[in-house]
Design a binder for this molecule. Structure first.
Ligand code: 3PG
Length: 346
């Protein structure tokens, strides 16, 4: 259905790989959680082994312009450690300098380009920008599952101009998630917390059709209450909260009860302001209950998986998705803009 990385002869070719290196950093600008980086390694290592020239592209955060706190440079350093190889970091993603450096590349070399979102054209899916990116490669490999729901130049624009396919990370995400969602064991429970509340409230509007129960964190709940979903018996809203920054004891109990009867659980987004220890209780209690439950559990979203890693419980879940909003959209109807374009890719 999709061309995969195995379908291309990548030898001596410039392979443009769209990754999702949207990760968080410590105050010292070190990568806090490298899960998304590690998941991309099989594709990069395959390309090294098969003598490609590897050009990695990604976004980071939501910068308004060239804000250096959103530079991908620290990601290059962490990737070097993980791969045990040099990575050349370039401080732009298009332009003469980038073209020149790519022109000099030898097989097996890796370049990481600067944050695509330093150009507003990325989010606007500007055709010219997509074309300039596409000209940097001979083959395009999509690995950024977590951003496949966005109509951005590096997601839906590049495949218009380049021979395109999917990498191992994306292949694995699609295989696992589509299998689970085809015939989920019921009750099927979906827990949605965290920020990006507009996106998540809109996803809830589709997900309540496939879920038996939808459990919402405070912020998403406030958004969903503005819609007609507020009366849906499938949606479980928080009944109390702690200073509006965490779910309260009664809500924890209510959520634990539902988790106890579920057979499949999708969980995206923390249930409190977990950057502050005093608001971590709800998220921790929900994690513990899911781990103990008999349900098949799938967790996604950068903040949630980083938090679970911090407490060393990430591998207690059955599947960890690199996607947050993308996973929600994918399980709601099996379609993502970035995948549809690849189905029809040249
Ligand atoms: C994510 O972290 O969910 C992805 O990188 C997408 O980021 P976005 O919501 O800023 O598009």
């Amino acid at each position: 259905m999709f061309k995969t990385i195995r379908d291309f002869n990548v030898k001596e070719k410039r392979v443009l790989v769209r990754c999702d290196f949207n990760v968080s950093f410590s105050k010292q600008r070190n990568v806090l959680d490298d899960f998304r980086l590690k998941q991309t390694l099989p594709t990069i290592e395959y390309l090294i082994k098969n003598k490609a020239k590897i050009i990695l592209i990604s976004h980071l955060g939501r910068p308004k312009n060239r804000e250096m706190k959103y530079s991908l440079k620290p990601v290059a350093r962490r990737l070097e450690e993980l791969l045990g190889r040099n990575i050349k970091f370039l401080d732009d993603c298009i332009g003469k300098k980038v073209e020149k450096e790519i022109g000099k590349m030898k097989v097996g070399e890796i370049i990481l380009l600067e944050n695509l979102r330093f150009y507003q054209e990325e989010k606007e899916n500007d055709k010219n920008f997509a074309k300039k990116l596409a000209e940097l490669g001979d083959i395009f490999i999509q690995e950024a599952f977590a951003v496949c729901h966005r109509n951005h130049a590096s997601v839906v624009g590049i495949p218009e101009y380049l021979n395109s396919g999917i990498g191992f990370l994306l292949e694995n995400e699609l295989k696992t998630l589509s299998q689970i969602i085809k015939k989920p064991k019921r009750p099927l429970l979906i827990i949605i917390g965290g920020s990006k509340i507009k996106d998540k409230a809109s996803a809830a509007g589709k997900l309540f059709k496939i879920a038996d129960f939808l459990l919402l964190g405070n912020l998403v709940a406030q958004e969903v209450k503005k819609t007609k979903l507020k009366n849906s018996p499938k949606i479980i809203f928080p009944v109390d909260n702690k200073e509006n920054c965490d779910i309260g004891e009664r809500t924890i109990e209510l959520f634990r009860e539902k988790i106890g009867i579920a057979r499949t659980i999708f969980w995206i987004g923390p249930l409190g302001k977990i950057e502050e220890k005093k608001y971590q209780k709800g998220t921790k209690e929900i994690a513990k209950k899911i781990i103990k439950s008999r349900a098949y559990s799938i967790v996604g979203g950068g903040d949630t998986i980083a938090f679970l890693n911090q407490y060393n419980v990430r591998d207690k879940f059955d599947f960890i998705s690199t996607g947050g909003g993308a996973m929600l959209d994918y399980i709601s109807n099996g379609k993502l803009a970035g995948l549809e374009i690849l189905r029809s890719a040249k």
